[in-house]
Design a protein around this ligand. Structure first.
Ligand code: BV8
Ligand code: ZN
Length: 253
């Protein structure tokens, strides 16, 4: 993991862009949670035991091996409940308070942005808060609490298996959340893209919409992505937990 910081001039450039921009939108992926101890989906910790996340986070995966998939979500839920937001989250909350508005779009389901007091969080891929009936008997979502994991897989009152209310691969994203995300990409003056490999669609299309409008993107990621070298991207090679507080220092002293 890269721990050194981008150059002071890049930090200062990002700070100037944030200060000058009107509507600034943030878009985060699994890398935003990495320094809080949540594994990412790809890269060195992208596997859970010998399984790829994509194979577990799918309807077919749940139907084929419901107990295994629920074991994975149980471990992730427990981690998310025990883990705390790192300094990068609080830096985003500081920018949101300073600017008065900072809509935040996330692919993450761990609830850590909200735990750090960040408001207006748009969860593109759902959350680990509730679970619903796999066979859509219409029963409302049940809270994902410890007792749900006593017997795996947890079942609906109708007898069918429950599924976590996250967006599984191959599923449509929540319509309102996606519509708002596209509207923000179409109207913002700046987008900050933090901790995403730019692999998963349609979240990965948002910064491309911003760039196509001739509007700038600030990327924060220890690794290069397909966004890094595009015209209009200021790519800061570093970890969210250390870069974001440096930007806040440069903006607010
Ligand atoms: C859909 C919820 C319409 C569950 C998730 C072929 C080509 C293109 C697209 C497709 C294709 N085949 C299928 C598709 C569509 C598919 C897709 O994009 N697949 C990918 C794998 C190719 N998309 C979908 O299915 C979406 N639905 O399109 O609906 C439709 C409907 C029917 C049929 C067709 C289409 C649904 C996508 C949502 C899936 N659910 N999660 C759960 O979380 O359990 S996605 C999952 O991946 C997570 O949400 C995760 O956030 C997301 C994306 O990953 P990243 O966030 O980018 O995380 P990743 O690990 O990849 O990268 C981490 C990054 O952080 C790295 O760059 C790393 O360097 C960096 N990093 C590390 N440490 C730090 C850091 N950065 C900063 N600081 C650090 N410290
Ligand atoms: Zn049911």
């Amino acid at each position: 993991m890269i721990t050194e910081l981008p150059s002071g001039s890049l930090i200062a450039e990002a700070a100037d862009m944030i200060e000058a921009a009107g509507l600034t939108v943030v878009s985060t992926g699994a890398g935003m949670s990495r320094e809080s101890g949540v594994r990412t989906f790809r890269g060195e910790d992208g596997f859970w035991r010998e399984y790829r996340a994509e194979d577990l986070a799918s309807l077919e995966g749940i139907r084929k091996n419901p107990a295994l998939v629920w074991e994975w979500y149980g471990e992730r839920l427990k981690a998310c409940q025990e883990l705390e937001p790192h300094a990068g989250y609080y830096a985003l909350a500081r920018i949101q308070n300073g600017k008065g508005i900072l809509p935040l779009i996330t692919q993450n389901v761990d609830g850590l942005h909200q735990k750090a007091g960040i408001k207006d969080v748009i969860e593109l891929h759902g959350s680990l808060r509730t679970a619903s009936c796999l066979d859509c008997c219409g029963a409302p979502g049940v809270p994902m609490t410890e007792d749900l994991f006593e017997e795996l897989p947890p079942r609906c009152s109708c007898g069918s298996i429950l599924r976590p209310d996250v967006v599984l691969f191959g599923e449509q994203l929540p319509e309102q959340a996606l519509k708002r995300a596209f509207r923000l990409a179409d109207s913002c003056d700046l987008m900050m893209v933090i901790g995403t490999s730019m692999v998963v669609y349609p979240a990965s299309s948002l910064p491309l919409i911003v760039l196509r409008r001739g509007v700038k993107v600030i990327e924060i990621n220890p690794e290069e992505t397909s966004l890094s070298s595009l015209d209009g991207t200021l790519s800061l090679r570093g970890a969210a937990g250390s870069v974001l507080p440096e930007i806040v220092k440069a903006v607010y002293g």
